[in-house]
Design a protein around this ligand. Structure first.
Ligand code: PLP
Length: 368
């Protein structure tokens, strides 16, 4: 169906195979990847196989046979960390909130946030500031819309407890200088929480080179996993600086009446009761992405992004000039009255006319 083979794919990318292994390609031209991507066969097979096992053996009995540990292994390969530093959650918001809520805060603390935080994170920050009196301060952007690292550096002091940033914001396709932010966090021994919801699966991520201590991401976007899955990375190096994350038996041990000991690694963020069938699906999605090579995926996405940017520039005068990068998903803010979603049939696309991040808005002219 989607036959734009002329979109100069790098030679390494076998588009025919990609489409053959994605059943949805026979039905829809799906551009709404920033919301959720079409799952490949291997993901569907993994979920269905586990559900079948649940029906045949019983849910807990099937869970005992599920390839759980390999999922953590896959996620750690994707992120460049140890498997013990990964927790599986049910979406990016749950991952982000679990990480944020485990950071001990006192009234005098300052939290520095990028302008393009997702609305859910912004709401959590807002409530934390109302509850505990901490100060939430927005880091200005440079002229391209990226977080300004020099401004960040000038805002730092010993009261800054946490830096919060988003790798690629929901709207517009900006890519923030996440490793430079990590360098500032390192200089100040300050915690750093990164939202990689729009970047995971399409751009290579190595948490150690980035220098973030915590990272949140969903499974369903560019990783092409099932909805209802999320990934949380928490560095083992900072575990003793964090509070109890989840009060449940899977997240720790309860050896005596008045003592609860959370696990010493990211298992402390795990909840026992979950959709176990989705986990092999997430594992299969990560393996599928790794099989293609995240570098190759990024090459392909980037090529298509440039093509789209150029085409939009022709369609909407001046668009390219005010966009730094563009995500493959057309979840972009288009300052025009063109309603793309209603002009074509069988095209899954979402166009938003207001930025989703309403609490801390980006400073680019596009959203002001
Ligand atoms: C940048 C960013 N952060 C966080 C989220 C929230 O992800 P989830 O819906 O999995 O909680 C989204 C969702 O679109 C997002 O784009």
């Amino acid at each position: 169906m989607f036959n734009n083979d002329t979109a100069t794919a790098p030679m390494l990318f076998d588009l025919k195979r990609a489409r053959r292994e994605t059943p949805g390609c026979d039905h829809v031209m799906h551009l709404n990847n920033a919301a959720a991507s079409l799952m490949p066969d291997s993901v569907l097979d993994a979920v269905f196989a586990h559900l079948r096992n649940e029906a045949m053996l019983g849910a807990y009995e099937a869970a005992a046979q599920a390839p759980v540990s390999s999922i953590f292994q896959s996620a750690s390969s994707l992120l460049g960390c140890d498997p013990s530093e990964v927790a599986i959650t049910d979406n990016a918001t749950r991952s982000w909130n679990a990480a944020f809520n485990s950071v001990p805060l006192v009234t005098s603390d300052r939290i520095l946030v990028s302008r393009s935080e997702f609305v859910n994170s912004s709401l959590t920050l807002l409530q934390a500031s109302q509850r505990s009196g901490i100060s939430i301060e927005v880091i200005p952007c440079d002229e391209t819309g990226q977080l300004s690292v020099s401004h960040l550096r000038s805002m730092m002091d010993e009261r800054v407890r946490l830096i919060v940033a988003t790798h690629m914001p929901t709207n517009g396709g900006l890519v923030n200088p996440v490793a430079d932010i990590g360098q500032v966090a390192r200089e100040w021994n300050c915690l750093y929480l990164l939202d990689a919801s729009q970047s995971i699966g399409q751009i290579p991520i190595n948490v150690k080179s980035i220098g973030c201590h915590m990272l949140s991401a969903p499974g369903r976007k560019y990783l092409r996993g099932p909805r209802g899955t999320g990934i949380l990375y928490v560095s083992n190096a900072i575990m003793d600086r964090l509070k109890v994350a989840e009060s449940c038996q899977e997240a720790g041990t309860w050896p005596t009446f008045d003592q609860y000991i959370p696990h010493g690694d990211a298992r402390r963020y795990e909840i026992g009761e979950c959709s176990v069938a989705l986990r092999p699906g997430l594992g299969a999605a990560i393996e599928y992405a790794l099989g293609w090579g995240i570098e190759n995926i990024w090459d392909r996405v980037h090529t298509l992004g440039e093509l789209m940017q150029h085409s939009l520039d022709v369609l909407v005068n001046g668009y390219a000039a005010i966009q730094h990068e563009i995500t493959l998903g057309l979840n972009a803010l288009i300052d025009s009255d063109i309603d793309i979603s209603h002009r074509f049939e069988k095209i899954a696309v979402e166009v938003v006319f207001r930025p989703a991040n309403s609490f801390v808005r980006r400073a680019t002219p596009l959203v002001e």
